[in-house]
Ligand binder design. Structure first.
Ligand SMILES: Nc1ncnc2c1ncn2[C@@H]1O[C@H](COP(=O)(O)OP(=O)(O)OP(=O)(O)O)[C@@H](O)[C@H]1O
Ligand SMILES: [Mg+2]
Length: 374
């Protein structure tokens, strides 16, 4: 079996572990949408590399049914990589919706050609033709028309990964998309970086309300979650991990999903039991894997800076008072250094936000062979 641990991309849904509360909330919104035709939103946010894309992929796979028997949920899934305005947002949604209708038709045609049964599989259909729904109409009115003419669709699931790229106007439209009455309920899942939720609450409070009760700051894995992530790919395999090795992985990575994948992939060995010593021996190779991504985050940091950063990270907060920072032994001159390194940002008097992923502190400790008691 090839190495099942892979830090290079989002987790494969079948190897995805943890995040039970978020997945349960998504399932609940889906069920409310089915029963009461009620639309709703879910917001996932967190630092870089914490697993936002993996979580969205998992949510999609949970609702999509199987390849042979796809569900009645029409999924429009987009990942943003540049600023996207309201017009572009609707264009994306329109394209996505048309694409899904066409895909489903092709799928059913193929099955029928193979003379297999299509019963129970929804044929997504539109009561208007694609050509009617084009040209002179605005992207917004096209969207309305498409949604209203959709047939045999239980729910429309829209996912927007890295929604930080949405323009001010586009963010405003999220509310329209979720709250405008439509015959097919819409579930909207969006992801953003760590400051995204606060930005929504501060600057777009009516939009933030779509996500109230369903916004999730995802961060470190618990020991249970690390265990699940390590063991899930090994069902029916002879490879295993000792309890102590799992505990050590959690400890050295502080539970940051990307670092868990780095150390797991460095430690993996087919058909053997991975123990504590192997994990210890593989810390350097794991750091080497992480370098490509994390090496250049704080190039000018001294060992003392890294320790200060790690102490602050151990508070497990994204917003910090200067008094809290002093309490973990980081004095004002060192706070000033972290501000210059871009780790902290002063937001108002005596209040700082953590700008860099705390995972970087853990990575630098491992790379430099430092520990917090130094
Ligand atoms: N729930 C999970 N189970 C297993 N591995 C995970 C999980 N979440 C994240 N990972 C691992 O962590 C790494 C980063 O995941 P992902 O790309 O989803 O993060 P992200 O938050 O979308 O990152 P970015 O901020 O760069 O967009 C990947 O190596 C992925 O395999
Ligand atoms: Mg991502």
């Amino acid at each position: 079996m090839p190495n099942p641990y892979d830090p290079q991309g989002p987790a494969r849904p079948e190897y995805f572990g943890g995040r039970k509360a978020v997945l349960a909330s998504i399932a609940e919104r889906i069920s409310i949408a089915r029963q009461h035709k009620k639309s709703g939103g879910i917001l996932i946010y967190g630092h870089r590399g914490v697993g936002k894309t993996s979580l969205i992929d998992k949510a999609i796979s949970e609702v999509s049914g199987t390849e042979d028997s796809p569900s009645d949920i029409l999924v429009i899934s987009r990942r943003l990589a540049r600023t996207t305005n309201d017009q572009e947002l609707y264009q994306m949604l329109n394209e996505g919706l048309r694409q899904q209708v066409a895909n489903r038709k092709n799928f059913l045609d193929r099955i029928r050609t193979a003379a297999r049964s299509v019963s129970g599989i929804a044929a997504f259909e539109l009561s208007i033709s694609f050509s009617e729904n084009k040209e002179e109409k605005t992207p917004y009115s096209q969207w309305r028309e498409l949604v209203e003419s959709l047939m045999n669709v239980g729910i429309i699931l829209i996912t927007i990964d890295d929604a930080d790229f949405l323009s001010r106007e586009a963010i405003g439209e999220l509310k329209t998309i979720v709250e405008e009455l439509s015959s097919t309920p819409i579930i909207l899942i969006i992801s953003g970086f760590i400051g995204f939720e606060e930005k929504l609450v501060d600057e777009y409070s009516p939009v933030a309300r779509i996500f109230s009760g369903a916004d999730f700051n995802i961060g470190k894995f618990s020991l249970e979650e690390v265990k699940e992530v390590l063991l899930k790919p090994l069902v029916n395999e002879k490879t295993s991990w000792t309890e102590n090795a799992i505990t050590l992985v959690q400890k050295v990575t502080s539970g940051y999903p990307y670092l868990v994948q780095c150390i797991a992939s460095a430690s993996y060995i087919e058909n053997e039991t991975i123990g504590e010593n192997r994990v210890k021996d593989k810390i350097n190779p794991a750091v080497a894997i992480g370098r490509s991504w994390l090496e250049h985050e704080i190039p000018d940091a001294s060992d003392q800076d890294v320790i200060s950063f790690a102490r602050i990270a151990s508070l497990d907060k994204d917003m910090l008072q200067s008094t809290e920072i002093s309490r973990v032994g980081v004095s004002p001159p060192y706070i000033g250094r972290l501000v210059r390194l871009g780790v902290l940002k002063k937001v108002r008097h005596g209040r700082y936000s953590l700008e860099k992923s705390p995972m970087i502190a853990t990575f630098e400790l491992l790379k430099r062979g430092l520990s917090l008691s130094d």
